[in-house]
Design a protein around this ligand. Structure first.
Ligand SMILES: [Zn+2]
Length: 323
C-alpha cells in the first residue's frame, strides 16, 4: 500500500539552540511527530551569517539523513521579528546580534530548491498548540510563552495574527502597573516582562533578599526551588509575578476575547515553583481582577507540546502555504 504520510522539515531557531526535525504528518490524522531530530548550539554571539550557515547545514543534514519519503518543504520558526511578506528577519534583539536583516526564507529556498515558510518562533509555538495541543478544538487562542522573556500570539480560526510588521503578540511589552519605572530589555520601561518573566523573578528576589548563591546572579529557577521548599519570601515574589501576568491577561482578554488562554514556555515546564498552585492561583486571581464579567471563566491552560510545539507549528505554517 502506498505510504501517504506527509513529511516536512521543521526548524526552531532560538537564542541558544537550533532544533531541526523531519516531522511526519500521519495519513491517519494523528498528531505529527518527529522521525528525525537534531540540535546544535546557535552560537548567536558569532553573528547572523554564522547562525545562517548553521541553519542551512542543519537542514541539509536532516534532508540527507532521511529516506522515508518526499519532504514537501521547510517550515521555520525563528527568534526575532519575521517580515510576513518576505520571510526575512526584520529585527532581532541583542541576544542574536546581526540576525536582523538576514534574508532567511529566500536564501534557504534558493539553497535547497524547496518551498520554505518562515514565521516567528512564538507564532509557530502558538500555532502548534492551537492545532495539536491544548488549544485544539477552540476557535481562538491567546498563547503566552514565559521564559527568560515573555512572548505571545493570538490565533483565530487556525491562523496566527502576525501583524503588518510580523511583530504582533509582543505581550511582554505591554504596560503593566506592577512594572512602573522598571527598565525593560526593549529599552523602554514599565513593561510586563520586567516583572513577570523568569529572569525578572530572579532579579526581584535578589533585589529584596540578596543572592540565593553568592557566587552568581539569582535566576528564576533558584526562586522556583525555594517555592517548592516552602520559602515564604520566594512565594511572595512568585505571587506578585503571577498576579501581574494575570492582570495583563485579563486586559488582553477584554480586547481579544479568546476562547482559551494557553501558557507555555520552558520556565513553566521545568520549574515546580512556577507550575505550582501558588503561581497558577495568582495568575487566575490577577486575571479575574481585570477581565470583564462575561470573560471571568475563560480557561487558562498550560501548554502540553513543550519543545515540539514550535516545530509542529512551523511545519503547519509551511503546509498552509502549499494549499
Ligand atoms: Zn519592553
Amino acid at each position: 500500500m502506498e505510504n501517504t504520510d506527509r513529511f516536512v522539515c521543521a526548524v526552531d531557531i532560538g537564542g541558544t539552540k537550533i532544533a531541526c526535525a523531519i516531522m511526519a504528518f500521519p495519513a491517519t490524522g494523528e498528531r505529527p511527530h518527529p522521525v528525525y531530530e537534531a540540535e546544535v548550539a546557535t552560537g548567536a554571539s558569532e553573528g547572523g551569517e554564522a547562525v545562517y550557515a548553521r541553519v542551512e547545514d542543519a537542514v541539509c543534514t536532516a534532508l540527507a539523513s532521511f529516506d522515508g519519503g518526499e519532504v514537501l518543504g521547510v517550515g521555520v520558526g525563528s527568534a526575532g521579528v519575521v517580515d510576513p511578506r518576505t520571510g526575512c528577519i526584520a529585527y532581532a534583539n541583542e541576544i542574536m546580534p546581526g540576525w536582523g536583516g538576514i534574508a532567511l526564507g529566500p536564501r534557504l529556498a534558493e539553497a535547497l530548491g524547496l518551498p520554505v515558510a518562515v514565521t516567528g518562533d512564538v507564532h509557530a509555538h502558538a500555532l502548534g498548540e492551537a492545532r495539536w495541543g491544548v488549544g485544539r478544538g477552540y476557535d481562538s487562542e491567546l498563547c503566552l510563552g514565559i521564559g527568560t522573556g515573555i512572548g505571545g500570539a493570538f490565533v483565530v480560526d487556525g491562523r496566527v495574527m502576525r501583524g503588518s510588521h510580523g511583530a504582533a503578540g509582543h505581550m511582554g511589552h505591554i504596560e503593566s502597573t506592577a512594572a512602573t519605572g522598571i527598565p525593560c530589555a526593549c529599552g523602554r520601561s514599565g513593561h510586563l516582562e520586567s516583572v513577570a518573566s523568569g529572569t525578572s523573578i530572579g532579579r526581584v528576589f535578589e533585589e529584596r533578599y540578596g543572592r540565593v548563591d553568592p557566587a552568581r546572579p539569582t535566576v528564576g529557577r533558584d526562586v522556583n526551588d525555594l517555592v517548592a521548599a516552602g520559602d515564604e519570601r520566594a512565594i511572595s515574589v512568585v505571587r506578585e509575578a503571577g498576579h501581574a501576568l494575570g492582570a495583563s491577561l485579563g486586559s488582553l482578554a477584554n480586547v481579544l476575547d479568546p476562547a482559551v488562554i494557553v501558557l507555555s514556555g520552558g520556565v513553566i515546564h521545568e520549574g515546580t515553583g512556577w507550575r505550582s498552585e501558588t503561581w497558577r492561583a495568582s495568575v487566575a486571581e490577577g486575571y479575574r481582577s481585570q477581565a470583564l464579567d462575561p470573560l471571568q471563566d475563560t480557561p487558562i491552560l498550560i501548554g502540553e507540546l513543550e519543545g515540539e510545539a514550535p516545530l509542529i507549528g512551523a511545519a503547519e505554517n509551511l503546509l498552509d502555504t502549499l494549499k
